[in-house]
Every structure is written in C-alpha cells, then in structure tokens.
Design a protein around this ligand. Structure first.
Ligand code: PMP
Length: 362
C-alpha cells in the first residue's frame, strides 16, 4: 500500500497501529467468535469497551469525579440543539460567543429553539482575531456561555480559556479535544464529535458537570436528554458500538504516545514549522493574527489564486492529501491532529517551500 499523508479536517487520519488493530479484531473480537461489528450492545464485552473508554478519557484529561462522561449519537451538531433543549426555556436564555463558522452555527441552531444572545467576537480587519473579553456584552443572568475554543474552518483559537463566567462555560472542542491539557474546573460542559482526533464519525463525547444535570428541563425527548444518558451509562438505545470501540483504541494509542502536555508541545512545534513557511512566503497568506492562530487547523490562501488547483494536484502527486480548504472558505487547509506523523508535516513544509520557489521562478 502506498503511504499517504492525509491532512483532512475530519473524518481525519487514524493512527496506523489503530487501523491495524481494528483489522485484526474485525473478524473475531478477542476470541468471542463475533466481529466487533456484531457485538451486542448489552454484552459484557461492550460494557468493558465503554467503561475503558470512559476511564481512559478520565485519565488523559484528568477529569474529576464531579463530571460525567457521556457518549451520544449525532455528532457535535446534535449538541447544538441539545443544549437549548436541556437548559433553556421561558426566562432562561444563553450567550453565544461567535468567533467563526461553528460557533455561529451553534448559535443559529440554538436560536431555533430558545432565546439566545449572539455576541459577535470575531474581528475581521486586516487580520482575524478575537475581540478582548472586556468588549463582550455578556448577560450575567445567562444560563450558560457557549464558545468554540478552536474554529476548525477559520483556524482561530483562544490563546487561553476566557475568564468570563466560571459557573457555566460550555465549549465545543470538536477539533481540539486531546490536543492539549484541559483545565476542567473552568468548564461546565465540553463536547466533541469523534471523527477528527478521537476516532470515527457517529459519536459525540460529552463531559458534563453533574450538578448541571440537575438543572436540566423535564420531558425532553429520550435521545436528547443528558440526564438519561448519565443515568443509563450512555446506553439509551443501541449506541454506536463500533465508534466507541474505535474511540477506546485511539485513546489507548494516545496514552502510549505520551501525556497531553507532551502531545501539546509536539503540536506547537509542528504547527510552528508550517507557520514559519507561511510567514516567510510571498505566495501563501494566512490571515489569522499570531496570538489567535490555531496549532491544529491552519488555513491559508494562495495569493495567485490561479495556481490553487496546481498546488493541490502536485501535493497529491507527492502523497500529501486532504489539503483542500472548507467549501465555505476555499484555499488550503492543513489539519494536524495527533495521528499525523512528524514526517508528514516535514514533507508538507518542504513541498510548500519547493512549490513556491518553482512558482516564483516562472
Ligand atoms: N464543531 C466544530 C468545531 C467542528 O469542526 C465540526 C465539524 N467539522 C462540528 C462542530 C460539527 O460536527 P459534526 O459534523 O460531528 O456534527
């Protein structure tokens, strides 16, 4: 098989050892005679997979006991509706800080179901940045403040967790969970769908402070009720068994790769390599102000737009895949999740420099 480095934003590359283990266990899960795809969701084998995944998440992220770890269907987009369904209603509104595509979408979806306040905090001047916290018009009565710490499309990230309301900070970490340590005490609820850095699509991890469960609304449809997921250990109907299995395998791999502070340092060093190429370039342009640059998703434009197609074709020829920008943004986007080998980053940096040199000569 030809080795390819895949920079797609999600579904994203899985670690090679995880793929190999899945292949191995696909036909016979640990001597059970069943494929992991066939495991009953109320079998001891599945409960063990689920419980180990929860334990590994708790260990890697140092999640305290006062938080529940839940596995849900429907990706992160379901959370956009679940949050207002569970926590908003007459007399209870929420603040949504909009710093890019996904936080805006979360806000739009919530607005269909409840009263929310949109706080536009993405500054689009010459560079992209996040407005300083003292400029946010926060409602002290808001049921929660929603943020997205790493905007996957804009490549804009918070340099640190906002100081804002400590009590109920809700964060979409779909593209950042497990890329760095998380100060859990600063959050009330964190969610992340798993097809980027945690496995495959079809699953969303939710980490929720238990006291919040007590404040949620009554009579919520079964599939959207956080309390029910907590009560029934995430088996509210047939859960996505295979996605939870892949999650466990990815978490086990991450643990073997090192603790999150180590992976974070690696992530910073790798993104710095690419930002250096961008900063020294006359051809490429990343618009994000340095303080707000994501170390995970790095979008950039090519100043000579006519060569975008050529860039992508030549990149693929060099086995560098998945570089096309999001359909709403165009250009290029590089996603550097944990599964990307260092060699892939070095090869991409070299390709970008060579491509520019060749282009500027012509
Ligand atoms: N939030 C962020 C930050 C994302 O990057 C994405 C997907 N790219 C989503 C939410 C939506 O996730 P899903 O497709 O799993 O619903």
């Amino acid at each position: 098989m030809q080795e390819v480095f895949y920079f797609g934003a999600g579904p994203a590359a899985l670690p090679q050892p995880v793929l190999e283990k899945i292949r191995h266990e696909l036909l016979d899960y640990r001597g059970s005679g069943l494929s992991v795809l066939e495991l009953p969701h109320r079998s001891d084998a599945f409960f063990e997979i689920r419980d180990q995944a929860v334990r590994l998440l708790r260990e890697l992220l140092q999640i305290p006991e006062e938080f529940a770890v839940l596995f849900m269907h429907g990706g992160a987009t379901s959370q956009f509706s679940m949050l207002p369904l569970n926590f908003l209603g007459p007399g209870r509104s929420a603040d949504y800080l909009c710093t890019g595509f996904w936080s805006s979408r979360a806000c739009d979806e919530a607005a269909r179901l409840a009263e929310v306040r949109r706080i536009q905090a993405l500054c689009e001047d010459e560079t992209l940045s996040i407005a300083p916290e003292h400029e946010w018009d926060l409602d002290p009565q808001a049921a929660y403040l929603h943020i997205c710490d790493n905007e996957t499309i804009q490549g804009v990230a918070f340099p640190e967790v906002p100081k804002g309301p400590r009590e109920v900070l809700v964060c979409d970490m779909t593209s950042s969970l497990l890329m760095h340590p998380v100060e859990m005490q600063k959050f009330a609820l964190i969610y992340a769908s798993t097809q980027k850095n945690l496995g495959i699509a079809g699953l969303c991890v939710v980490i929720i402070r238990k006291d919040l469960l007590e404040q949620s609304n009554e009579s919520i449809p079964r599939m959207y009720d956080y309390r029910r997921y907590a009560r029934e250990d995430s088996v509210v109907n047939t859960p996505p068994v295979f996605a939870i299995y892949v999650l466990r395998e990815v978490l086990d791999w991450v643990r073997r790769e090192g603790a999150l502070p180590t992976l974070h340092q690696r992530s910073l060093a790798r993104s710095a390599q690419l930002y250096q190429v961008l900063d020294e370039s006359r051809l490429y342009e990343n618009r994000v102000a340095p303080e707000f640059r994501s170390s995970i998703n790095i979008p950039f434009a090519i100043r000579d737009a006519g060569v975008l197609k050529e860039f992508l074709q030549q990149a693929e020829h060099n086995r560098l895949h998945g570089l096309q920008g999001h359909r709403s943004a165009g250009g290029i986007r590089v996603s550097l999740y944990n599964a990307m080998p260092d060699e892939g980053v070095a090869r991409l940096a070299e390709f970008m420099s060579d491509f520019e040199a060749r282009h500027l000569r012509t």
